[in-house]
Write a protein that binds this ligand. Structure first.
Ligand SMILES: Cc1cc2nc3c(=O)[nH]c(=O)nc-3n(C[C@H](O)[C@H](O)[C@H](O)COP(=O)(O)O)c2cc1C
Length: 264
């Protein structure tokens, strides 16, 4: 008999949502796919035994919101089988391992770790920017990896990306140790350029943390940013930055995943 799954994900710019949706639909076409900020996320975890948990890697760590979701629902994870799916722009070492270790502490059994390289979501840094064709190729490769692993998982195998000791050391020494202060807490570094902001309130509507409030036509962040870049990628005026000082590209996965229909 086919296993029943659910998927819970955090996705700022759409990469993780795309990957997790694709994977879980191949595993169980009736699986509910729920965003972590959705009120139904907790009850969905409670109702399913097999869970795909997806998130973007941030400075070789799992986002604070994901870590808090795991710890905040500690009692729910006992006896669950969780497949950790981490999307990343380049390399993270132990992206999937970061949530996997927390989940194990909460009594879950980790059924696998899957790393998927996707286009970089950091809109205000030039560092990993690629051409549109490169981005589409990257997404195609991720899609192929998902299809391959969906078949293998169904036949009883499981991916182990990011779960071993070597991956742990790579994540730790590659970035996490040096950049720990960036992911330890929620960020209060979100900047709104008041000369560009028109007070449309879009950012406050899309923020998964409800970190942005619109008062008297002005947006102000509350210092609880989970660094997902959703507001930054969707601001119609490009008025929001976090890591950098100016917008290079407002990345949204759907601008590229919509072009995947012409697969060879
Ligand atoms: C604040 C921040 C930090 C990031 N750090 C890393 C990193 O350490 N390694 C990496 O490979 N990608 C990193 N990325 C890229 C994202 O993990 C990647 O683009 C991810 O697929 C975005 O997923 P999303 O569209 O679901 O939000 C970072 C992105 C952000 C916003």
């Amino acid at each position: 008999m086919e296993k029943k799954y659910c998927a819970i994900y955090l996705s700022g710019t759409g990469n993780t949502e795309f990957c997790v949706s694709k994977l879980v639909k191949l595993l169980d076409e009736n699986a509910p796919i729920v965003a972590i900020e959705d009120a139904a996320a907790t009850s969905t975890v409670g109702a399913y035994e097999n869970i795909v948990l997806g998130y973007p890697v941030q400075f070789s760590n799992a986002p604070k919101m994901v870590r808090d979701f795991i710890i905040g629902n500690k009692e729910l994870w006992k006896g669950k089988n969780v497949l950790c799916v981490a999307t990343m722009g380049a390399f993270s070492g132990d992206g999937a391992g970061c949530a996997a270790r927390l989940l194990k502490k909460c009594g879950a059994s980790v059924s696998g770790g899957l790393h998927l390289k996707m286009p970089d979501s950091v809109c205000d840094s030039k560092l990993l920017k690629k051409s549109d064709e490169d981005k589409i190729q990257t997404i195609r490769r991720a899609e192929e990896k998902i299809e391959l692993w969906a078949l293998k998982i169904k036949s009883g195998k499981s991916p182990h990306d990011g779960l071993g000791v070597f991956a742990h050391l790579c994540g730790l020494f590659g970035q996490r140790l040096w950049l720990r202060n960036k992911t330890k807490n929620y960020s209060d570094k979100l900047k709104i350029d008041k000369t560009l902001c028109v007070g449309c309130g879009n950012c406050s509507l899309v923020c998964p943390m409800k970190n942005l409030s619109l008062e008297n036509g002005a947006i102000s962040p509350r210092g609880k940013c989970t660094m997902c870049y959703r507001c930054i990628s969707l601001c119609p005026k490009g008025a929001i930055t976090l890591v950098g000082k100016r917008i290079y590209e407002q990345y949204r996965a759907e601008n590229y995943t919509d072009k995947l229909t012409d697969r060879p």
